[in-house]
Design a protein. Structure first.
Length: 365
């Protein structure tokens, strides 16, 4: 790499000329202009060298630029936006100007204390779940530096987390509660059929909103889940489902097949690749509130309809493996998250052990 600092006599400012060789071996040259003083130009040159040579004497802010280049295209756009917001608003203001190699566990503790004292825009303290999310993001950045850029240790991991994991407690509707709700929203067909899909198929909100006419096979009575919908910066964005396991084909009950047939038949000019629920997540949330209020049932989250579907299948006697295949989960997650709903086999085990113990042993001579 070659770099040099020059004064631009026309503008009376300083500029940095540099030439680099990229990962493909191509040599590129460029100029960074507009520095009021030579000192500022030299400081930029020094920081640029640190960053391009992965020198950990670079500032934390410079490393974030490297982290962004490495990670942004590897994860979903909406996931990156969440990470970027946390980095920009909760992490960079505290660590941005520090050399990444100089940040110590005591600095992370001081940052944690600031976050614990922090409040959201409504003056409400950050939840333990949110605090854990903040720490996890900071730790992920340091882990990246350790794994790929030679940082000696992760100071965030050494300190340990703050906050706590999301509570496993969940709300769900019984079938009776759902049917009261469904009756209350029947005045709006798009709402009724959307919630029918959510409750009776256990699909995720984004999976519902991504459904196209071509995803339904009425001869086989199935719906194919192979994408998810997000609204990002005013744009409709279709992505892959949440996990590879989420790609699945769901068998629909006969009554739901007839309902969706009827619904699609009423959509004028519907094409195979057209979205069939051309609504937003905010619309669904408003309808959830309206329907719950009118039906006199407790207000649950949209995602809790998925819990409701799973709890219904458990009540019907299906195994964790069978349920996991239908809803696009790992069976271990079904077992862990819904263990309290499965009938206990402990008593049956104990009874069989008692009977086994009482059986006369056979003498082998």
């Amino acid at each position: 790499m070659k770099m040099a600092v020059y004064k631009d006599e026309k503008t009376n400012t300083w500029m940095v000329y540099y030439r680099v060789t990229d990962w493909k071996g191509d040599r590129k040259q460029s100029t960074k202009r507009g520095f009021p003083t030579k000192r500022e130009a030299l400081a930029w040159e020094r920081e640029f060298l640190n960053k391009t040579q992965a020198d950990l004497s670079m500032t934390f802010a410079s490393f974030i630029e490297t982290y962004t280049v490495d990670m942004k295209n590897r994860i979903k756009e909406n996931t990156w936006q969440t990470k970027e917001h946390i980095i920009r608003t909760k992490i960079l203001p505290y660590f941005g100007k520090r050399k990444i190699s100089d940040i110590q566990p005591r600095d992370v503790i001081a940052w944690q204390n600031e976050m614990i004292k922090g409040c959201d825009k409504n003056g409400k303290k950050y939840s333990p779940v949110y605090l854990k999310t903040l720490h996890n993001q900071l730790s992920a950045i340091f882990n990246h530096a350790v794994k790929f850029y030679g940082l000696k240790e992760n100071p965030a991991a050494k300190v340990g987390n703050m906050g706590k994991a999301r509570s496993r407690e969940m709300l769900f509707w019984t079938q009776e509660e759902y049917q009261k709700f469904a009756f209350a929203i029947m005045d709006k067909p798009v709402s009724y059929y959307a919630f029918e899909m959510l409750y009776w198929c256990g699909i995720r909100e984004g999976e519902l909103l991504a459904l196209t006419a071509g995803d339904f096979d009425f001869e086989r009575g199935t719906v194919t889940i192979n994408k998810s919908y997000q609204r990002i910066d005013g744009r409709d964005v279709i992505t892959e489902p949440k996990t590879p396991k989420s790609n699945r084909v769901i068998k629909m009950p006969d009554f739901l097949i007839e309902e969706i047939k009827e619904y699609l038949a009423k959509i004028y000019g519907l094409q195979k690749n057209d979205r069939v629920f051309n609504i937003t997540k905010n619309y669904l949330h408003r309808e959830m509130t309206r329907g719950a209020d009118e039906a006199g049932v407790k207000r649950i989250r949209i995602h809790d309809l998925r819990h409701s579907h799973i709890s219904l299948l458990i009540e019907m006697g299906y195994s964790a493996v069978a349920i996991a295949d239908r809803v696009g989960h790992e069976s271990i997650n079904i077992t862990y998250n819904y263990a309290h709903l499965f009938p206990s086999t402990q008593t049956d085990m104990a009874d069989k052990l008692n009977n086994f113990r009482k059986e006369p042993t056979q003498n082998v001579s």
